[in-house]
Every structure is written in structure tokens, then in C-alpha cells.
Design a protein around this ligand. Sequence first.
Ligand code: FES
Length: 146
Amino acid sequence: MYSEKVMEHFLCPKNVGELENPSGVGTVGNAKCGDIMKVYLQIEDNVIQDAKFKTFGCGAAIATSSIATELVIGKTVEEALTVTNKAVMEALDGLPPAKVHCSCLAEEALHAALWDYAQKNDIHIKGLEAPKSDIGHDESHENGGD
Ligand code: FES
């Protein structure tokens, strides 16, 4: 049911973990399956130098996170937008229909991390829209107000 590529990235995922001082972080979840994906990006001079992820989810979610982080490293923030769920699925030699949403989660997590980076640096990334489901609002608020 799964391609060899999916199995490879599920069994030996690349870029698992987190970055200490990420330029952007995106956390997204799928309400139906309950899976959660968090992507960290290190961006310097507009280029993604490093990417890590932590995924609480199914095998396909882990495989798509792994390949998505692999695909964006070395890309500019604009080029990273070409890493869509379709690109992720192609790189994995396809996913079963019931697992297509897992690749959408990877695209959303990447976009959420890029959005976070753009917000923090007050920049506009052409073609990037605000994430619909960024659920990671827990870490940047250290105090409740003034
Ligand atoms: Fe929902 Fe894979 S089953 S992300």
C-alpha cells in the first residue's frame, strides 16, 4: 500500500527534532485524525539553512514531514512555497488516497512556519497566506500583558 520511499522516510525519518533558535515555527493539526505536526525553520539571508520537525501522527504524516523538510533545506523562502502537498507526494512516489491529507498537513506546517518567520521579521512573502490552523500560540507569550 505504501511506496518504498514512504517506508524509507517513515522508518528512518530525516530531520526529526527541534531547532534551538528557529527563525520560524509552525504547528498544525488535523481535527479529524488528531495528528499534529510542528516544523522549525532556520532562515538566513532569505535561504532555509535547516529544518526540523516533530510529528505526533501516522506513518504517512511522519514520512511527509521528513521529505518536506528535506525538500525545503537550501531553498529561498519563495522557492519553499513550491513544496506543496503535491510535490511532497511526488517525492514520495505517491500516497494512498486516504493519506493525501497527511501531505496537506506537511504543506500547512511549512507555510505556518514561513508565516511565523515573516511575521517576526515584518516581511511579506509573495504567495504566502496566513495559516488556517496554526495551533502553536503557546510559546511566544511569556507574560499575559502589561
Ligand atoms: Fe491524519 Fe496521517 S492520518 S495526518
